[in-house]
Write a protein that binds this ligand. Structure first.
Ligand SMILES: [Fe+2]
Ligand SMILES: [Fe+2]
Length: 192
């Protein structure tokens, strides 16, 4: 089974759990419940990982476009609205394609900080995706964060701190702006 499929079925993007944490984060950030279009975006924004052999490689990094394609042009204005919210949830994808971040970006980031650590570690190891993430961090893919030589728990504590601030402050958090600038320059595609 491909890693992207594992992530959706029993990994950190589990198709019910992840949207629940994103919904909780949405309410924390915006202090209101999402509209129907926003809710549909919350529910389906990562389903583009299905069938992908990696999370942050060339294939997995295109997941926002794949998730959005399900809605685009199929359900009238409503479908296009959902697609726009989905396509802007990834800062890498948005920057590389000169698109604005959508309202989903911040809750998606904060959601990762809301996972209990034991649960994230369990799911991340079941799907194997945590090794890919830690590898990318150790190679400096993410501006301002390195994870070389850290245990999984140390790494998770560090990134949950960053993701909580990204979620609460959005582009006002310096790492978001720095990373977007870098992605725009490099033309990176798709990572969240
Ligand atoms: Fe995503
Ligand atoms: Fe997500």
């Amino acid at each position: 089974m491909k890693r992207g499929t594992k992530s959706i079925l029993f990994g950190v993007h589990q198709f019910l759990l992840h949207p629940l944490f994103v919904l909780q984060a949405w309410i924390i950030i915006y202090r209101s419940v999402p509209t129907l279009a926003e809710f549909m975006a919350i529910l389906t924004h990562d389903l583009g990982y299905l069938g992908m052999p990696n999370m942050d490689g060339a294939e997995g990094s295109s997941h926002p476009a794949r998730s959005a394609a399900f809605w685009r042009g199929k359900f009238g204005d409503f479908g296009n609205e959902v697609a726009d919210i989905i396509i802007g949830h990834s800062r890498f994808h948005a920057a590389a394609n000169r698109l604005p971040l959508s309202k989903l970006f911040q809750p998606d980031k904060l959601s990762t900080a809301l996972y209990p650590r034991w649960l994230y570690l369990l799911l991340g190891n079941l799907s194997g995706e945590i090794k890919e993430y830690m590898h990318h961090y150790s190679k400096g893919l993410y501006t301002g964060v390195t994870a070389e030589g850290q245990s999984q728990t140390q790494w998770l504590i560090e990134i949950q701190g960053h993701l909580a601030l990204m979620g609460l402050k959005g582009e006002d958090y310096h790492l978001v702006a720095d990373q977007m600038q870098r992605s725009e320059n490099e033309g990176n595609n798709g990572r969240t």
